[in-house]
Design a protein around this ligand. Structure first.
Ligand code: ZN
Ligand code: ZN
Length: 421
């Protein structure tokens, strides 16, 4: 195991200044419930739009109640919640979607599609204005796609309960408002395979906390397993003509890539977690084929029984939990020019050198040591023009997380769990 001595000193500055200064009083504006917003993202390679599909009041809020304004500037989208009367910003959060990845594929050059997405915010006490903005590739800035007023007393908000899934506590650390609430969701497990799901979730929990920097932050995580019963075992392998009836409609061959395992069915994912505190979702797919996926503040997904699966889980969780980019640059992907080299990418662990001081320049060693980051060309799916912090990392080849990735993970743990320095 590596030690990462730079980590804590660097983060303490970040934490004390930007996070604390931006906090607003949760109980003044919000109830400890969730407003779930399901929305359609429609478009193609050229343009996109947002339309609300459904609003739901759900009975728990598992997110932080202290750090309501998201300081990270990660993701392809941001949701903002403003007090309608005063226009004050009350809550914000960045996130990614599978739809934005689809927009970079060849298919989006000739087709227009609509995908369902969903995000939950704390339930407002008074009318709010909700804004959804997308980061445009042309300038890397967020541009408003939708602004809509929501009255929390509206009769158009669905308040009906959904099926009560069996919830198993894998690890309980404390109040959901002050912990990272990580949920494992069962996908492709039949009724007869539910015990296997719980055993698999326990195995992955061990794998997570065997991996620095998570090793030192075990007490920041509540971990629960949500049992979902699938009619059939496994998942779709559409490229081989295999289709299974499963709870979350997952499958390989996302965008035509055999190992890219995802589900586009965000409504099913959010329906599964409607009554349980949720900061992060890991979908555990009951199969042994290599594959997975992870998008920031959306979900991570991986397979239960592949021999490399513990590492895949940790890698994908790096994407979904901490907004980390892929540091590899040799494997096949469906994206064309995923990053615009004229701009600094938003992910913390890659740089085009357009704005390197905003990344890990301050972590570069004055005297080189094996645990300090450097600057290695190749990353973000291309061998030239994008740089990564270390030759090897979990985000490239399942080596231990590099110091820059570790720092980003620790920042997110502290943000969500309100952990003091
Ligand atoms: Zn990856
Ligand atoms: Zn890294």
């Amino acid at each position: 195991m590596r030690k990462i001595p730079l980590l804590f000193a660097v983060f303490s500055v970040f934490c004390c200044t930007s996070l604390a200064a931006q906090s607003v009083a949760f109980d003044t504006y919000f109830e400890r419930k969730s407003l779930r917003i399901d929305f359609a993202l429609s478009g193609n390679a050229v343009s996109q739009s947002v339309a609300v599909q459904q609003l739901r009041e759900e009975p728990v809020w598992g997110g932080t109640v202290n750090n309501l304004i998201d300081p990270f500037n990660y993701g392809g989208y941001y949701i903002y919640v403003y007090d309608k009367a005063s226009r004050a910003l009350l809550y914000s959060r960045g996130f990614n979607t599978l739809f934005e990845e689809w927009r970079t594929t060849a298919q989006a050059e000739t087709e227009t599609q609509s995908w369902t997405n969903s995000i939950s915010v704390p339930y407002p006490k008074s009318p709010v204005t909700v804004e959804i903005a997308a980061r445009e590739r042309e300038d890397m800035q967020f541009h408003t796609l939708l602004k809509t007023d929501i009255d929390p007393a509206s009769l158009f908000i669905d308040r009906s309960p959904l099926p009560e899934n069996k919830i198993t506590d894998i690890q309980t650390a404390g109040d959901p408002a002050e912990k990272v609430d990580l949920l494992f969701l069962a996908e492709g497990y039949t009724a007869a395979e539910q015990d296997k799901f719980i055993a698999d979730a326990r195995r992955f929990t061990v794998a997570l906390f065997d991996t620095p920097p998570f090793t030192d932050y075990r007490d920041c995580f509540n971990i629960r397993a949500v049992s979902l019963i699938s009619e059939e075992s496994g998942t779709d392998v559409s490229g081989k003509g295999i289709f299974k009836n499963t709870a979350l409609n997952s499958g390989y061959y996302t965008f035509g890539i055999d190992r890219y395992l995802t589900t586009p069915d965000m409504k099913a994912v959010r329906d599964a977690v409607w009554n349980v505190p949720c900061d992060a979702v890991f979908i555990l797919v009951n199969t042994d084929t290599y594959g997975g996926g992870g998008m920031y503040n959306f979900y991570a997904i991986g397979t239960a029984d592949n021999e490399r699966t513990a590492h895949v889980f940790t890698h994908e969780f790096g994407h979904s939990f901490a907004g980390l980019a892929d540091e590899y640059f040799t494997s096949e992907v469906a994206y064309d020019n995923f990053y615009n080299l004229d701009y600094e990418p938003w992910e913390p662990n890659i740089t085009t050198l357009v704005d390197f001081p905003s990344k890990w320049k301050d972590m570069l060693p004055t005297d080189a040591g094996k645990d300090t980051p450097g600057l290695f060309e190749g990353g973000g799916y291309v061998p030239k023009g994008i740089y990564r912090p270390a030759d090897h990392c979990m985000m490239r080849d399942y080596a231990p997380f590099c110091p820059v990735c570790s720092k980003a993970i620790v920042q997110m743990i502290r943000f969500l769990s309100n952990r003091p320095n």
